[in-house]
Every structure is written in C-alpha cells, then in structure tokens.
Design a binder for this molecule. Structure first.
Ligand SMILES: [Zn+2]
Length: 235
C-alpha cells in the first residue's frame, strides 16, 4: 500500500499540470520580458517585413508572452513609431533607395528603410495582446534620429524604459522580437550596458539578413547575453 502512494501523487501532479495549474516555479521577482517591435510593419505583408516573421511566428510570440506573464514575469515591449518625415525613410531622401546606407551631414551613418511603423497608422500597432503589457514604449518619434534601441535614440535621448524598469526593481530581462540584427541587438547591448542580466530567446528572434543576424547573435553573446532556445527553458 505504502509503495503505491508516490504513484498516486504523481498522477495528481500530472493532472494538475495538464489542467493548466502551474506547479510552483522559481520566484520571478525582478524579472521582465521585453518584446521588441512585433508590429504589422515588420511581419509578413508589412512595409518592412522580416523573413520568417509570419502569422505562426506572431502566434508563437503571443503564446510565449502570455506564458511568461502567467509565470510572474512583468511584460514590457517597444514599438517603432515614426513621424512621416522620419530621417530613416528613403522617401525623405530624394535620389536614394531603401536599404542604402548614407552619411548624414553630421557624420552619422543611416540605413534607409521603406516608410514603416508610421505614427497612428495601422502598421505601427502592437500585435501581441495589449492586456499583457505593463508598458509599451514608443521609439523613433524624433524625426531627426533613428532609434533601434528601446532604451535610447541615436541622438542619445532616453525613452522611459530604464526608469520604468528601475521603478519596478527589474534586474533580469528576457528579450525577443524583431529584428535580431537591428532593434533586438541595440536593445540588448544597451540593457547590458545599463547593468541588466539579459536572456535572449533565440527561437523568437527574426532578423533582416542571415549574415548580420548571425553576427549580432555572436556579438550579444560576447557582450554577456545568455541564449535559450525557447521560453520553456525558463520554467
Ligand atoms: Zn524604424
């Protein structure tokens, strides 16, 4: 009789897990998810669609974000949110095409993009359920400066992200989103510089180009970011 007790307990636990009741996991105080730029402009059908950022990817991000939320992670995100006269739009530089690199009068190198994530347009909205987010930080609103990083723009102006994270006592960030080689990388590098521990969810990254994405992953790892294949590694 006594030897059967562990089996009964196991069955009860399995039943609880299957019914969606989480077994006690690690304490996630001080941990936050940071979802970078999962917006219509960057997914299939968007003005600046990134390879592999299709409907299945958006569903995966949604599912993972909800799972982290239910595990006790704070959830924050960023949105690229440009005015029509934004400096990164090729359409604002006559004679130049999208994906060209130009040098601005002040010496900054700027990659030119198709018009994307235009303020108040449908393609700048958030695709992950808004109810999960403590805060969605807008970036790239100054027409003169691009802002790959969710923390600050190319002119050095901070977004409110670091202040919010500090106010909430966040020390660990779990980062994923679009694009690996631009906004994810810039945000991760700034997060590390600011002293956060950073875990990057590799399976939930999508990049503009394979070569620059591979280089970005190597650079983020070298700078101290830890890579996991999926959020389930954080169970
Ligand atoms: Zn942009």
């Amino acid at each position: 009789m006594a030897s059967r007790l562990p089996i009964v307990l196991s069955v009860v636990l399995m039943t609880l897990t299957a019914s969606g009741v989480d077994a006690a996991g690690p304490d996630r105080t001080g941990w936050a998810a940071l979802v970078i730029d999962v917006q219509p402009c960057f997914v299939t059908g968007g003005a600046l669609a990134v390879a592999g950022a299709d409907a299945a990817y958006v569903s995966d991000v949604q599912r993972a974000t909800k799972w982290l939320y239910q595990k006790g992670f704070l959830v924050l995100g960023s949105r690229d949110y440009h005015p029509e006269d934004h400096i990164s739009f090729a359409s604002n530089h006559p004679g130049h095409d999208p994906f060209e690199e130009i040098t601005l009068p002040d010496g900054r190198v700027q990659v030119l993009w198709p018009d994307h994530c235009v303020q108040t347009a449908g393609d700048s909205r958030e695709l992950v359920d808004n109810n999960l987010f403590l805060e969605l930080v807008k970036k790239g609103q100054n027409p003169m400066f691009d802002s790959y990083s969710a923390f600050r723009d190319d002119g050095g102006a901070d977004t409110e992200l670091h202040t919010i994270l500090q106010a909430k006592g966040v020390t660990h960030l779990v980062v994923y989103g679009i694009a690996t080689d631009y906004c994810v990388m810039a945000s991760v590098m700034d997060a590390l510089d600011l002293g956060y521990s950073v875990t990057v969810v590799e399976g939930l990254l999508r990049g503009v180009a394979p070569e620059t994405s591979a280089a970005a992953i190597a650079d983020m790892e070298a700078a101290g970011a830890v890579f996991v294949p999926s959020v389930k590694a954080l169970n």
